[in-house]
Design a protein around this ligand. Sequence first.
Ligand code: FER
Length: 352
Amino acid sequence: MKKSILICMTLLMTASWCACGKKTNQGEHMTGNDYISGTTDVMSEEEKGKFATGFSAEEGSTSSAGEKNAVSEGVQADGIEEQCPEEYSSTRSDVKYGEFTHGTYYSKTCGMKRGYSILLPAGYSDKKKYPVLYLLHGIFGDEYSFSGDASNKIKEIVGNMAADGLIEETIVVCPNMFAATDPSQKPGFDAEACLPYDNFINDLVNDLMPYIKSEYSVRVGREDTYLAGFSMGGRETIFITLKRPELFGYVCAISAAPGVVSTKDKFMSHPGQLEESEMKFADDAVVPEVFILCCGSRDSVVGTYPESYHELLKTNGAEHIWYEIEGADHDNNAIKSGIYNLFKKISEDKAK
Ligand code: FER
């Protein structure tokens, strides 16, 4: 077996892939190897082959990622730490962590009830008001993708950073990003099967966010409303941020998948959600205080697409931070880094 294929297969077997995992049945979630079979259930034979192969980490796809500096020149990247420090991703005996629970809301956009997972801080009280992070999963995922994968350390990072007084206690909402109007529609690697992901902006803005505001004790201003996503969720994070920049004060697109602009990768042809010239904020727009794009330097699935988004934003004058996570693949190391740095930037920015 070629070494590059072996590397890719090994990477695919890691629990980190669970970030786009599927639930098996109520309350029970796939991890690691299960994810692969879970994902492939909804994929054609051709798609399975492509997803299993991905981009070769060894060959670096079309990437020059390994050769570049971790933080590119010419972008505001001060304070970024590529790797999430162990002290923030580990379980500490002095910290009480929140737990994920599941809820449903009615989506007018989809014409049906839909699920979400929510991480409330330990000791959540409706006498306080909390900032909210909306966190978007990868392709083939659902609202259990983050809550069902303990390796992404979301609750540890949020809990530890709040315990250290870096950030306020924060609510994390994990939606199901596949906003289909037909309950029998399945996601896949073709333009039509991706449309429900692009429809999520409507479900988020018109249904889920109002529901969260009405049901939980949240601060509603943009300064306290955050958006982040991984891979397909990173792609939608970029799209939503450029379309509705006034809604989110702090944003992080981690390992964003192709398709914001027209392209063809080994999975499919992407018609593009935006023209390249639209990869910017309108001149008079209220824009996020912090807009981060990041990706593992060895991402074997989305390759250099995240960097190409950075280049387009830079060319079009849209302020953002771009950095690479040295050694990370399309995995939880990238997710941990993105979430940690988003909160670190929130902490620094709010202290100003
Ligand atoms: C693609 C490559 C990667 C794509 C989606 C992905 C829809 C998403 C990967 C993930 O979410 O992990 O061409 O097209």
